[in-house]
Design a protein around this ligand. Structure first.
Ligand code: B12
Length: 210
């Protein structure tokens, strides 16, 4: 897998969608699509993000790489698993942020693993409170990549508490990976670093461990 990272990265930076797709598809007979996403797509985008911070990658490259990866992820991730698991009533949302790829991956992988969940797209705290109450959610998965958005989870938890909503919040995305205590500070029940960890956390919640 690691030897594919450099060519995949180069294809993305050259905005060569066809080449990026070829590299990814070559590996699908050796790796599961979930492994490919987590071991190739995510590290490549992180590397591109680092390049942008250092000034060696343009914002247009960051944007187009993100779009190309979105399309490729849709292409390789399996559709919903036929058997659904008995599970909490749950949804996933991007909270006041514009980074959608993480949510899309977590959503697809959860559905492919047998979980049923609603996709709320992008919402503000106010919209989310109304929707959560109306749908009677037991579990809300929140994806953010920017720190100000991550801090909004605190306002969300406060609104839930004000209304007596017991909905559990599980957070994920870069700010929670950078600061390992942030999920507790914003009042979440747990956090996950990847789509696989999302499955682990939900399983623990179903077993009453969280
Ligand atoms: C691609 C990208 C963009 C694309 C987004 C395209 C899209 N459709 O998503 C574009 C170009 C639009 C963009 C814009 C901006 N970006 Co940007 N972007 C990135 C970049 C390079 C990669 C993000 C990404 O897609 N990663 C791949 C995905 C799959 O990873 P992920 O989201 O982390 O998800 C995984 C896990 O975190 C986890 N996960 C995610 N969500 C959840 C949820 C739950 C419940 C669980 C359990 C797990 C989980 O599972 C996923 C799969 O493993 C990051 C760099 C980085 N290191 O993250 C910067 C980054 C996030 N961006 C940043 C910034 C600042 C911006 C802009 C403000 C830039 C600007 N000045 O215009 C704008 C924001 C616009 C807005 N109003 O919000 C900063 C945020 C800094 C901060 N901490 O606040 C970063 C960190 C770059 C940096 N170092 O400065 N960006």
């Amino acid at each position: 897998m690691s030897q594919l990272l450099e060519p995949f990265l180069q294809a993305l930076q050259a905005l060569n969608r066809v080449e990026a797709q070829n590299i990814l598809c070559q590996a699908t007979d050796r790796q599961t699509s979930i492994e490919l996403v987590e071991e190739l797509v995510v590290p490549a985008l992180e590397e591109i993000g680092r390049g942008w911070e250092e000034g060696s990658v343009a914002l247009s490259q960051v944007y187009m790489s993100g779009r190309i990866c979105e399309e490729l992820v849709d292409l390789i991730l399996p559709q919903s698993a036929p058997e659904r698991k008995k599970q909490p009533n749950m949804a996933i949302v991007v909270l006041e942020d514009y980074h959608f790829l993480g949510k899309r991956i977590v959503y697809s992988i959860l559905r492919a693993s047998g979980f049923e969940l609603a996709d709320y797209g992008r919402m503000t705290v106010e919209e989310l409170v109304v929707r959560t109450q109306a749908d009677g959610l037991e579990l809300l998965l929140v994806s953010v990549l920017m720190l100000p958005s991550a801090l909004r989870v605190k306002a969300l938890r406060a609104k839930f508490d004000e209304l007596g909503l017991k909905t559990k919040i599980v957070t994920g995305g870069a700010p929670f990976v950078f600061d390992e205590n942030l999920w507790q500070e914003v009042g979440a029940t747990a956090m996950g670093r990847s789509a696989s960890e999302a499955i682990e956390v939900i399983t623990q919640i179903m077993e009453g461990k969280l």
